[in-house]
Design a protein around this ligand. Structure first.
Ligand SMILES: [Zn+2]
Length: 109
């Protein structure tokens, strides 16, 4: 039992480290854009257009119905179409275009 637990822990740590090394090689704009997809309520509400890099939908912030994290505060938008927390607003400074959303999707999903 303990042996298996230790093994799992070790494997997870290695997976986490591997993921971090992978992300470190992403282009800087791809990493920077990801920083804007959570804890961004004010930025999203100040945007004219938002985009989801999971499903590729584009919509005005007024269409967002659900917000999560932290519990009770809801600072992270969920996509108006698919409900995934991969929403980016144009106030982030990133282009909300099908091309850019597709580019982010290739790296993060
Ligand atoms: Zn979506």
């Amino acid at each position: 039992m303990p042996r298996r637990g230790v093994l799992t822990w070790w494997r997870d740590r290695r997976l986490v480290a591997k993921h971090k090394r992978l992300v470190a090689k992403f282009p800087s704009d791809v990493r920077a854009a990801h920083d804007h997809c959570s804890d961004h309520r004010a930025e999203v509400l100040a945007s004219r257009r938002c985009g989801c890099f999971y499903c590729g939908a584009m919509f005005p912030p007024s269409e967002i119905r659900d917000w999560i994290d932290p519990p009770g505060e809801g600072k992270t938008a969920l996509c108006a179409k698919c409900g995934i927390d991969s929403v980016l607003g144009d106030r982030s400074g990133f282009p909300i275009t099908p091309e850019f959303l597709e580019r982010l999707n290739r790296y993060w999903f």
